[in-house]
Every structure is written in C-alpha cells, then in structure tokens.
Design a binder for this molecule. Structure first.
Ligand code: GTP
Ligand code: MG
Length: 256
C-alpha cells in the first residue's frame, strides 16, 4: 500500500500530439533505452522512466561537479495518449487527472508538418491544448498556487529527409495557430455566442495568447503561465544516427 501511494507521487509528464507523431516510440525509448515497434494507440498507457546519469536535473544544480558521491537520478511517470482525433478525450482527461504533472510533451512529425493538412492537424491540436492550459491558469489564479505547466514541442523525425528544421517547425506552427485562433473567434461571433453582456470576457477567455494580436508567438503564452519550448530530435534513425533525444531529456531534467 505504501509503495502504491509512493509511485502515485512520482512527477509525471504527458505525451500528446497528432497520429503517428512518435509518442509511443518515444515512451518505449525513454522507458527501455530502445524504441520498440508500435501500433496506433487506442488506449493511454504509462511507464516509469529514470533520468539518465548524463542528464542533470533541476535538483542537481547546486551540486559540485566534483561531487562524486552517488546521486540517485529522479524517476518520473511518462503518460502516453492516442493521437487519433476521436480518442483525444483520453488526452484531455489525463491533463486534468494526472497527479504531480510537471510538463507536456507535444510530439510532432517534422516531415508531416511540411504538408498543409499535416500542419493544420498539428496546429489545431496544439491550439486546443494550449487553450486548456491557459484556462487552467486563469482559473488557478484565484487559488493559492496557480500551476504553471511548461510545454515541450518535440519536433520529431529530424532524421527523415523531408523533415523541416526545428526553427521552421516552430514558425509554421505559430503561423497556423494564428489562423486557427482567427477562425475560432470569427466562428464564435458568427454563431452569436458571446454576443450577450459578458461577451467581451467570453471572447477574450477563448482567445489564445495576446488578446487581439494578429500574429501568434509561443512567447505570448508566458503571461498565461505557459512556457513553450521547441526542440528537435528523432526517436528512430538509420545506421549511425541511432536516434537523438538528449535535448528532450535535458528539458525533462530542467522541469522535473
Ligand atoms: P498514435 O498512437 O497513432 O497517435 O501514434 P504515435 O504518436 O504513438 O506514433 P508511433 O510512436 O506509433 O510512431 C509512428 C511511426 O513513426 C512508427 O512507424 C515509428 O517507427 C515511426 N517513428 C517514430 N519516431 C520516428 C523518428 O524519429 N524517425 C523515424 N524515421 N520514424 C519514427
Ligand atoms: Mg501511440
């Protein structure tokens, strides 16, 4: 019984993102050290992972480089969710029920976002997730401890020849989220929702980032307590490039 409650207290990170982005592959790599082959996920799953010795954690920052005493690397729970649009309620409920949630990892396929439909799919999902976090922060403001949850946009599949470089993945997503935001807001106005007295407040509450801004930048999320970082990597890869995920590990180390 004691053990059970102890494992419940593990800090957790949540994997989200479109179909086939590489979430489950990443989970197997982080949990087992090698990426296993996967099938489209239909259910959420989780695994206990431990920060590799080469990665420093936030707790470690005051330790001397010369301190050779054994340090125990922190463990955490990694939660995987299905990317399929019809199964995203799993992701949403994990977002609200996960205990000790330290961060979200939004995985995107850097090659898929080079197509218009792939980009729209990723941006719509990311918009939805960020808006949830923004609302959570707004509501939390009245409580003692408004939870700030950082987001890692993991630009995966950098090994693929047609993938976009990280900077471009980021700017394309920002540009597309601006469009999603515009469409959503126009949709609300057209439908008459938010035309009543509290309309202003309502429309503002459903607007992601800086209210009324034409452009969207991930940095606009900071005033809503959400720090978004875009980092490239690849879970799989041919031959020499066996996968590159150390920068994602570092992000976890900083946020654990
Ligand atoms: P859903 O569960 O359907 O939402 O997908 P998922 O995000 O869990 O994707 P999954 O991990 O199942 O990976 C989908 C496919 O992409 C698999 O065939 C993986 O082998 C492949 N894949 C994942 N990461 C990489 C990568 O970094 N590079 C390459 N080349 N392929 C990858
Ligand atoms: Mg999966």
């Amino acid at each position: 019984l004691y053990r059970k409650s102890a494992s419940k207290e593990l800090p957790s990170f949540l994997l989200l993102g479109p179909l086939g982005a590489g979430k489950t592959s990443l989970l197997t790599l982080f949990a087992n050290g090698t990426a296993s082959s996967t099938h489209t996920s239909q259910e959420p799953q989780s695994a206990v992972c431990q920060l590799p010795l080469s990665i420093r954690s936030s707790e470690d920052q005051y330790r001397s480089e010369n301190d050779t005493s054994a340090r125990s690397q922190p463990k955490f729970l990694l939660l995987d969710t299905p990317g399929h649009g019809k199964l995203r309620r799993h992701a949403q409920s994990s977002l609200t029920t996960a205990s000790a949630l330290k961060g979200l990892i939004f995985v995107v396929d850097s090659a898929a976002v080079s197509s218009a439909s792939g980009l729209t799919e990723a941006a719509e999902y990311l918009h939805e997730v960020l808006l949830l976090l923004q609302k959570r922060h707004t509501q939390g403001k009245t409580s003692k401890d408004p939870q700030a949850i950082p987001v890692l946009v993991a630009a995966n599949k950098q090994d693929v020849f047609t993938s976009l470089p990280v900077g471009l993945v980021k700017s394309k997503l920002e540009g597309e989220i601006a469009k999603v935001r515009q469409t959503r807001s126009k949709g609300l106005l057209d439908s008459g929702i938010g035309m009543e007295d509290e309309s202003g407040a309502d429309e503002e509450g459903n607007w992601l980032g800086e209210y009324g801004a034409k452009e969207f930048r991930f940095t606009q999320m900071e005033e809503h307590g959400v720090e978004v970082t875009t980092v490239g990597g690849n879970v799989r890869g041919e031959g020499e490039e066996k996968g590159f995920v150390s920068d994602w590990w570092s992000w976890i180390g900083e946020n654990i």
